[in-house]
Structures are given as structure tokens and as C-alpha cells.
Design a protein around this ligand. Structure first.
Ligand SMILES: Nc1ncnc2c1ncn2[C@@H]1O[C@H](COP(=O)(O)OP(=O)(O)OP(=O)(O)O)[C@@H](O)[C@H]1O
Ligand SMILES: [Mg+2]
Length: 376
């Protein structure tokens, strides 16, 4: 889809939406647009308003102010069962006394008029196949593994062919390996059925690997939304940079700022230079800021080697090295800059030394490789 098509056909739109519970604001004046067929995630820490946002789409809650649109129509006041959406809950909420097929058929049987028996059986079989559980229809839910139960929950939500599928931490109960597998299955499934998926997670890796777009929330507000790459490469502030991927931060006060570069006087009195993110405002001189350096942007060399191109060279020694297959992760104890994380790809190590704990090293980076961010 082109950018224009996308903006013309959002599946979900929030306009100035707030939700108050007594004097607690769970969702605070949110504007949001999710394009049709997208895999969209809400990402943020516990209590930031992710589930409440989903419940406003599902119709389990109504906004205190603002408007929610599904496929261009306002749904405020419309009850949950009349909305073209379905939700998968964190705890799956399967009916224990029913077998898999009856669990999946439940939504269809609740319809008025109820579809004919054969039609229900056919749809159940198709949906079982979609979630790769053909032949499991007669099992009871307690005779299934966690991943299989999760797939039954998905099938149950998909059988009514919703326009939008809402997923609230759907993989939280699974172990790491199963989680990875289900993440890939969910992505494949989303492509197969072509409907909009809205996922809630507090796991950044999950959001980054699965989503077309992510919205980062804090205290009921959207701090930034964008593609995983935009959030990683151009975070608007420290909060986003910290939430998305690993980063080293060096704090200080802004001393110069223009379009092409910003410098801060760091806590260790060194001047650090970087650029600003595309979407971020230019920080004011004298304001608190931080330089954010991704670990893969830092080069590491023996203490006596010279890198004349680097903006800054910091001396230190290796505290720890973790071998991670394609790359190694070093923790460097520096003079004046604390512990610094460095990610060194294997390709670099073939022509350079591999450093061991205790080795004296220099680390360096180029100013255009680092961001100066508002320290909020
Ligand atoms: N029914 C309710 N009554 C009162 N306060 C509520 C209610 N539901 C949510 N809240 C409050 O609203 C805020 C947002 O809650 P929400 O469940 O949306 O967070 P979340 O981002 O989903 O968190 P988590 O990751 O822990 O699930 C929290 O402060 C929560 O305590
Ligand atoms: Mg929640």
C-alpha cells in the first residue's frame, strides 16, 4: 500500500481519546491511526494504559472524552458484541468443560440466527487448519500444551472473521522458545488472513520483531509511534531510546546546538558531540540532555592503537566478554564514563584482536553515529 492509501483507510482511529477511572487517567488525550491490514503494537511499561486502549477498541470500556472510529464509523456507545473486533486475552480464557472444537465454535453458535450445523463444522475445521491444529478438535483444553491452548484462543477469536484482532499480551505465559515460535506463527497468520492485528506487549523484542508500527506509551500518553526502524534509529527522547534496544547514555548539559550538530558538556567534563533525531526538537542550550550511543556504533581497539578519525577516544579495560555467535558483547569499564556496552561483530574480529577480561582497550565512535536526546 502507498502512504496515501494508508492514510485514507485507517481501520482504527482515536481522536482526542481519554479514559478516566475516578481520578486516575489511564489514557490521556490520544490521537492514533492504524492502517487496514497492519500489525500494530502498543508497547510500554506496566500501567501505562495499553490494555485500556485495547478495551476502548473492543468496546469493554467507553472513552470519557474523544471519539473512537472503526473502519471510518464512530463506535462510541456501541457494545462490544456489535463491533467487528475480537480479543485474545492473556490467560486464553478457554472453557474447560468444552473440547477444542466447541471452544472454537462458541462465537458462531452465539450468533442470531445461528448458522447451520454443517456450516459451523466446516468453519471450525478451516480455522483449526489455519492455526495448525487439524485433528485436535475432540481434545479437552487441559489436554493441550500452552502453545496449543494459545492457538485455540486465536482460532476462537478468528472464526467470526473480525476486521480487527486485538491481542493482549497473548504470549506472556509461554516459555522463551515457544514464544519465538508463536511470534513467527502469529506473523504468518496475520499475513494469511490479512486483517488488522493490534498487539499489546511490554516486551520490546516482541514488538520490534513482529510489528509494522509500534506506539510507545507512558502514563497514558503516546510518546512516539513509528516503524521499528524509525523508533530504533530516531528515538525522540531518552525514554524511547531506552525502551527500544540497548543503548549507552552519557548525561550532560547542552553547550552548543545547531542544525547539524549538538554538543554537551558531559558529567566527566568531556565535550560529546552528536546529531538530533529527525522528529525531536533542537534541545535548548543549558538544558539537560544525554548522548545515546548504540553498542554496535562503538569500535574497540587495543589501548595503544590510534584512531585518528574518531571524535572521542575513551580508555578503559574489559570487564566481561560474552560470545553471542554472530557478535561479541563487551562490557568496558572506562575512566570517567562508567561501564560501556560494546557490540563487536564477528566480521570485525577476524581482522582485529579478540579482547579478554582485564585487557586495556580504547573505545571510540563517530559523532554522526550518535544522538543527543532530551533527558526525559
Ligand atoms: N477498572 C479500572 N479501575 C480503576 N483503575 C483502572 C482500571 N483499569 C485500569 N486502571 C488503571 O489505569 C491505568 C492503566 O491500566 P492498564 O490496564 O491500561 O495498563 P497496562 O499498560 O495494560 O499495564 P500492564 O502492562 O500491567 O497490563 C493503571 O494505572 C490502572 O491501575
Ligand atoms: Mg495490561
Amino acid at each position: 500500500m502507498s502512504e496515501q492509501d494508508i492514510s485514507e483507510s485507517p481501520d482504527i482511529r482515536f481522536v482526542g481519546v481519554s479514559k478516566w477511572f475516578g481520578d486516575v487517567v489511564a489514557v490521556d488525550k490520544i490521537d492514533l491511526s492504524v492502517e487496514r491490514g497492519a500489525f500494530f503494537s502498543f508497547l510500554g511499561p506496566s500501567g501505562c494504559g495499553k490494555t485500556t486502549s485495547l478495551r476502548l477498541i473492543a468496546g469493554f470500556d467507553q472513552p470519557t472524552e474523544g471519539d473512537v472510529f472503526i473502519s471510518g464509523t464512530s463506535v462510541v456507545g456501541i457494545p462490544s458484541h456489535k463491533r467487528p473486533v475480537n480479543m485474545v486475552f492473556q490467560n486464553y480464557a478457554l472453557f474447560p468443560h468444552m473440547n477444542v472444537a466447541d471452544n472454537i465454535a462458541y462465537g458462531l453458535r452465539q450468533r442470531n440466527p445461528k448458522p447451520p450445523k454443517q456450516e459451523i463444522a466446516k468453519r471450525v475445521d478451516e480455522t483449526l487448519e489455519l492455526v495448525r491444529l487439524s485433528g485436535f478438535g475432540k481434545r479437552k483444553s487441559w489436554e493441550l500444551s500452552g502453545g496449543q491452548q494459545q492457538r485455540v484462543a486465536l482460532a476462537r477469536a478468528l472464526i467470526n472473521h473480525p476486521t480487527v484482532l486485538l491481542l493482549d499480551e497473548p504470549l506472556a505465559a509461554l516459555d522463551r522458545k515457544l514464544r519465538r515460535e508463536m511470534q513467527m506463527e502469529l506473523q504468518t497468520l496475520q499475513r494469511e488472513v490479512g486483517i488488522t492485528f493490534i498487539l499489546v506487549t511490554h516486551d520490546q523484542e516482541e514488538a520490534l520483531s513482529m510489528s509494522d508500527r509500534i506506539c510507545i506509551m507512558r502514563e497514558g500518553q503516546i510518546i512516539q509511534s513509528g516503524s521499528p526502524r524509525e523508533l530504533y534509529d530516531e528515538p525522540v527522547n531518552r525514554y524511547v531510546a531506552d525502551f527500544v534496544g540497548k543503548t549507552n547514555f552519557f548525561n550532560g548539559k547542552v553547550v552548543t546546538a545547531n542544525k547539524s550538530s549538538i554538543s554537551i558538556n558531559s558529567e566527566s567534563c568531556a565535550v560529546l558531540v552528536g546529531v538530533k533525531s529527525k522528529g525531536a526538537p533542537t534541545p535548548k542550550i543549558g538544558s539537560n540532555a544525554c548522548v545515546a550511543v548504540r553498542p554496535e556504533m562503538i569500535s574497540i581497539s587495543a589501548a595503544d592503537e590510534k584512531d585518528n578519525h574518531a571524535d572521542i577516544v575513551i580508555k578503559g579495560h574489559v570487564k566481561n566478554r560474552i560470545f553471542l555467535g554472530e557478535h561479541s558483547e563487551y562490557l568496558i569499564v572506562t575512566e570517567g564514563f562508567g561501564d560501556v556496552l560494546v557490540l563487536s561483530p564477528k566480521t570485525n574480529e577476524s581482522n582485529r584482536r579478540i579482547f579478554a577480561p582485564g585487557d586495556h582497550v580504547s573505545i571510540s565512535w563517530m559523532p554522526e553515529a550518535v544522538l543527543v536526546l532530551e533527558d526525559t
